[in-house]
Design a binder for this molecule. Structure first.
Ligand SMILES: [Zn+2]
Length: 438
């Protein structure tokens, strides 16, 4: 296996964008609107290509073609219904309605099936950030490919990455829960307005929207839990900011829905939150550099609040802080990330870099950190190896760089889907936790 080259972390941080544009990152999440570009990248589909679920989606791993339009919000729903009709998979709605009254819908595939809540060990979440176009498509098409390949006893091909029929069945055996579209209000708005919209659509004072990926219960109150000089990059308390973290952890129905999946499918062991665009596979932690020496030096220890998030200090030296991760867990976190990154690079499109999340920039309230933190905060909860995958390219020809061109959109599907496949195989090999069935 070919491993990606190791670069200096600071050099990487300056090259990568990852969900935030450079001006948003520097200036408390404020975006300057530029109107130089006029195109919007791949058009959003009109109508319903799945005809209310009469047709099931198929991805790019089981057929050779090019998608010329993105799925619209209704098509994500009808595509899911198509999978229900074609393969008998089971869907769920989380108990929380969005501000605009939408339901957050997911489904379960593989595992031991039926109503067994213990059979699902891998959770894919799509499009928590609205403008990151193609995220929902990537998730839905991948599951569609898995189901089609399984039913027809064939393998999968993504660029020069191929998987056998036996590997498809192994991957499905992990049991998967997925939410293709976790921010339906935001995506609907972004698709209607081409406004490069990132957040949800709940009014917040005189502004609109909460950054859902700063709203999870992990060091959420960053004005207390992070060093003063890093706080402006960690999140924002200003409702007009792209990184506004909301009024309390899990104040938003969208983030509560993701927590609900982890609570309901309590044996979930592996989690991916799918973002764009940086070409990164990010593993835990996102709060500070990792360390495995001092178990007391962790996110629950308020005596480190004033120094958390400073990446240049040395943990254990003076007031230096690093986030604790046990060596064995860390090796698995990194190992699966490397496999995923390597597969994504091989599938074509672009090369992917594997690194710790905080190396991009320290964050608070992010979904991956919350998922991995659960078993530290409450030892009765399952360990979840959690990742942020930043697929794709910045499209300099579009009004919003998060809107991919048609060739980028198709390359992104192949890359993420190869990454997902490799991730499932890695999950099975590293372990799914206890094997209890029901
Ligand atoms: Zn994002």
């Amino acid at each position: 296996m070919k491993f990606l080259p190791i670069h200096g972390l600071l050099a990487l941080a300056s090259l990568s964008v990852a969900c935030l544009l450079p001006e948003e990152r520097k200036n408390d999440g404020v975006r300057q609107v530029t109107r130089r570009q006029v195109g919007n990248g791949t058009p959003v589909g009109t109508g319903d290509r799945f005809r209310g679920g009469a047709t099931a989606p198929r991805g790019l791993g089981t057929q050779s073609m090019t998608f010329s339009t993105l799925l619209n919000v209704n098509e994500i729903k009808s595509g899911l219904q198509g999978l229900v009709n074609a393969y008998g998979i089971e869907t769920f709605e989380t108990p929380y309605k969005t501000y605009e009254g939408a339901r957050i819908i997911g489904a379960k595939v593989g595992g031991s099936g039926g109503n067994c809540t213990d059979a699902y060990r891998v959770f894919f979440n799509g499009n928590i950030h609205a403008r990151e176009r193609g995220s929902a498509d990537n998730v839905l098409y991948f599951i569609s490919d898995l189901l089609y390949a399984d039913k027809n006893n064939i393998g999968l091909t993504y660029g020069s990455k191929t998987y056998t029929s036996a590997q498809v069945k192994t991957a499905l055996s992990a049991g998967i829960v997925f939410i293709p579209l976790s921010n339906p209000d935001g995506v609907d708005y972004d698709q209607r307005t081409n406004s490069c919209w990132r957040k949800n659509r709940k009014p917040a004072g005189s502004a609109v929207g909460i950054d859902l990926n700063r709203n999870f219960d992990f060091l959420w109150d960053f004005t207390t839990t992070f060093a003063p000089n890093v706080q402006s990059t960690v999140g924002s308390t200003r409702p007009s900011s792209e990184t506004y973290h909301g009024t309390s952890p899990f104040s938003e129905p969208e983030t509560r829905s993701i927590k609900w999946v982890m609570d309901t499918y309590s044996k979930v062991r592996w989690f991916i939150d799918l973002h764009s665009f940086a070409g990164d596979v990010l593993h835990s932690w996102g709060s500070d550099e990792n360390q495995s020496k001092y178990s007391y030096m962790n996110f629950m220890n308020s005596s480190y609040d004033s120094v958390r998030g400073i990446l240049t200090d040395t943990p254990g030296s003076g007031r230096g802080y690093g986030e604790y991760t046990p060596t064995k867990e860390s090796e698995v976190n990194v190992g699966a990330a490397r496999r995923m990154g390597s597969a994504m690079s091989t599938a074509g499109g672009r090369s992917y870099t594997v690194m710790q999340s905080s190396a991009l920039y320290p964050t608070s309230g992010a979904s991956d950190d919350y998922a991995y933190s659960r078993h530290f905060a409450d030892p009765s909860l399952n360990l979840i190896h959690a990742y942020t995958v930043e697929f794709g390219f910045g499209n300099t020809a579009a009004s919003c760089p998060f809107y991919p061109s048609v060739s980028q959109f198709n390359a992104n599907i192949k890359a993420t889907n190869a990454g997902f496949m490799e991730f499932l195989l890695a999950a099975v090999e590293y372990g799914l936790g206890d094997k209890s069935t029901c």
